[in-house]
Design a protein around this ligand. Sequence first.
Ligand SMILES: Cc1cc2nc3c(=O)[nH]c(=O)nc-3n(C[C@H](O)[C@H](O)[C@H](O)COP(=O)(O)OP(=O)(O)OC[C@H]3O[C@@H](n4cnc5c(N)ncnc54)[C@H](O)[C@@H]3O)c2cc1C
Length: 414
Amino acid sequence: MTSTHTQVDIVIIGGGIAGLWLLNRLCNQGYYAVLFEQGDLGGAQTIASQGMIHGGIKYALGGAFTGASEAIADMPDHWRRCLKGEGDVDLSKAKVLSDHFYMWSTQSITSKVTSFFASKVTRGRVDAVDKKQRPPVFQDPAFNGSLYKLVDLVLDVPSVIQALADNYADRIFSIDWQQATLQQHPDGSVKSLLINNEQQSIALCAQQFIFTAGEGNEALCAMLGIAKPAMQRRPLKQVLVKHDYPYALYAHCMGANPSPRLTVSSHLCTDGKTVWYLGGDLATEGIQLNDDELINKARQELLDLFPWLDFSRSEWATLSIDRAEPKQKGLIKPDKAFAAKADQSSNVIIGWPTKLTLAPNMADEVFSLLNQASIKPQPPLAIEALSSLQQPAVATPCWETLFPQRNDSSNEIT
Ligand SMILES: Cc1cc2nc3c(=O)[nH]c(=O)nc-3n(C[C@H](O)[C@H](O)[C@H](O)COP(=O)(O)OP(=O)(O)OC[C@H]3O[C@@H](n4cnc5c(N)ncnc54)[C@H](O)[C@@H]3O)c2cc1C
């Protein structure tokens, strides 16, 4: 067995949007950064997300803009520059599902929403949609609510993960914690990531270790005795409905609450059918219900909101997933990206973007911590040893995995 001492600038652990975005930013700035993923890239929250890159309007509906909603307001333009290949990260190979999304309300709460959208807060960012311009799903004469178009966008998340991974494929590695450990100095700082397999032992040192493992940050911190920053989980239970309608819909339905009653995104499956992926209050309140109860509630919601559509021959599924975030007083929702130094480990940073949208914002937070610690790019050492490590694949989205595969010719479930 060979034993190699390897040195890079930054080791990132966790390959969701936070880790992949950060890897791209760091490498673009000349740092020798490498990323380790224990499963598939984007494998947890990122691949489960609805892909909406929003500027915070839905939060503003609940009250005035907060400082945090200002942080989010710049995000759609930031992502757009990256999608054009003109930003701080190259996303020119990623796909956009829609360059806007809608917000609608049922007739009963229309006046509240209308007066909000007519206010100064939303100027230039929200347009009322004329009857003739409505997307097909709202063209039915039975639709009598109000409809607005937000100048925010929806991304095809698997293509975003793939694009970010392709940009620096040679810096991304699989990790199996049965064969790897984080070694610490007596003061608690990380000495190295030690990887042992049959062929070799690599002691990987770095100026900085950054944990962007989403929910996995908790176990990584526990491994090193880090108590702060602490994490909170916000459970969700999303509903998926697979149908034959040609309608794609990307929209929030506003009800009586400040948060959306229902959020719908649409995803084309490889079998040609479309899944409407349902979140919003349905998913936050859905955690109290078993699968059948939640599916019944979702059916009823769609019947109430789209009485002109027939979902009776659709297939249904649910997905339980936790959002991982920095701990907040009273479990409230954090509204900006988070990155902070660990209390017990001076060369460890922990990050949670809290939203897909805010991944660029989290990378900025990390850069300010690196600048404060005067961490600059240094020549790497013996990095060839890493090339023998395996590389992770991109995760498969739930609309492809949660429904039984049907054989088209026989119409049988395979
Ligand atoms: C249902 C749902 C819908 C959402 N919709 C939106 C939306 O439309 N717009 C929006 O802005 N935000 C949305 N979000 C929030 C957004 O998805 C998350 O904030 C974001 O994806 C978090 O990214 P992350 O990289 O921190 O975590 P994750 O995507 O969870 O990635 C963490 C990665 O780390 C890996 N990992 C874990 N432990 C280890 C370890 N020990 N070693 C190595 N790797 C490890 C995991 O396998 C995973 O790949 C949604 C979230 C959910 C759950």
